[in-house]
Design a protein around this ligand. Structure first.
Ligand code: HEC
Ligand code: HEC
Length: 319
């Protein structure tokens, strides 16, 4: 889906028109000499004001039971439940080390003071889909909204219902410890302008329903690309090496290709071998998957339905 937007922005008495097409074309015209500060402000404001259509009205009421399955599929627990601290539920505090500094995940239990208990469903959807907080702050892409943006309304609202059904945990999490300039959150406006496309998953009608389901899971809630795709200097995906693996994955670990067209031994895997590996963590050669993938298997893929695993395997053999 493409959102076209015209924003009128007034800076230093000069009215400028900014046309943003969330595809690759970006046009910026203005009638006085461009200054970096000006551009930054324009980009920042522009990314904040992208209009999304209101949530489609679903005939079914949101279901916390279904939402729990989406929570598993989204791997929320891996990043929001601090197992060392034995906190019940996603009370945050998980430390994520990255080349940009250390992130400490927030509390997403429904506690009204330290969690997200005061949010509306729409605010939650905006966080997941636009990467923006209720106060309008941009989130770091260490929160993989870059993938979650592809999720549909139904899944997001069910997920919201599930989060709301959890026990509130009162826990203040520490601040991120990031180096300059990454600690400048406002710069994320520029990052998003350049690298983030807010777009829900669009099925390809000439492919099977199962292929489309697999594509939705892998690229949306399953956020497989977040580890399996190499990133550029700015931490954005190298699109032409999608799912092609990287020697510099999270925590500096090496992540293999799961794109059969791009290197690696994965191209020889059968559909059954993919399903079995995601269910059990066991590779076709009898070895077990280690590193962060063992957590993905434990918290996520081993708990998915056979049907969903078959869909993932169908998609992964022809992404
Ligand atoms: C790879 C780690 C990771 C995963 C997986 C993850 N998150 Fe997060 N999440 C983060 C980080 C880091 C932040 C803080 C981002 C920031 O400060 O800009 C965050 C922030 C959030 C916020 C904003 C909270 C606030 O107080 O502003 C929400 C809501 C959220 N995550 C929900 C989820 C849900 C729901 C899932 C599962 C579908 C999920 N997250 C999966 C890392 C993760
Ligand atoms: C948090 C990072 C992370 C995420 C998210 C992730 N993976 Fe992985 N994956 C890895 C790592 C690391 C390995 C290598 C494990 C090893 O070699 O022991 C791996 C290995 C694999 C392998 C084995 C490939 C081979 O040739 O050995 C498959 C298949 C796989 N992942 C599928 C997926 C799928 C499908 C998803 C999404 C549902 C996913 N991964 C999400 C980090 C991740």
């Amino acid at each position: 889906m493409t959102y076209n937007m015209i924003a009128d922005i007034q800076v230093n008495d000069a009215v400028s028109k900014v046309a943003v097409n969330s595809g690759s074309a970006k046009t910026i015209r203005h009638d006085h000499t461009s200054k970096t500060v000006f551009l930054v402000q324009v980009i920042f404001t522009a990314t904040l004001t992208v209009v999304i259509p209101c949530l489609a009205k679903s005939s079914e009421a949101p279901s916390a039971t279904r939402g729990e399955y989406i929570y598993i599929m989204g791997g929320c627990e891996s990043c929001h439940s601090d197992s060392a601290d034995k906190q019940p539920g996603p009370a945050g505090g998980v430390v994520l080390k990255t080349p940009f500094g250390t992130f400490i995940t927030p509390n997403i239990t429904p506690d009204k003071v330290t969690g997200i208990g005061n949010w509306s469903g729409q605010q939650f959807v905006d966080a997941m889909r636009k990467g923006v907080s209720p106060e309008g702050k941009h989130y770091y892409p260490s929160f993989p909204y870059t993938s979650y943006t592809k999720m549909n309304d139904r899944d997001l609202l069910d997920l919201w219902a599930y989060l709301g059904s959890l026990t509130p945990v009162n826990r203040v999490t520490e601040r991120h410890d990031l180096s300059f300039p990454y600690n400048q959150r406002w710069l994320l406006g520029i990052w998003k302008f350049l690298f983030f496309e807010q777009a829900q998953f669009q099925p390809i009608s000439s492919n099977t329903e199962s292929w489309n389901r697999g594509a939705y899971i892998v690229n949306g809630p399953g956020h497989c690309a977040e580890c399996h795709t190499p990133r550029n200097l700015f931490g954005a995906f190298k699109q032409d090496e999608y799912l092609a693996g990287t020697p510099e994955g999270p925590d500096g670990e090496s992540v293999p290709s799961i794109n059969p067209h791009k290197g690696g031994s994965f191209k020889k895997w059968t559909g059954d071998e993919i399903v079995f590996a995601l269910q059990t963590g066991m590779l076709p050669d009898g070895d077990f998957m280690g590193g962060s993938m063992s957590q993905v298997v434990e918290n996520c893929t081993s708990k998915l339905s056979d049907k969903d695993l078959l869909s993932i395997s169908e998609y992964l053999r022809s992404p």
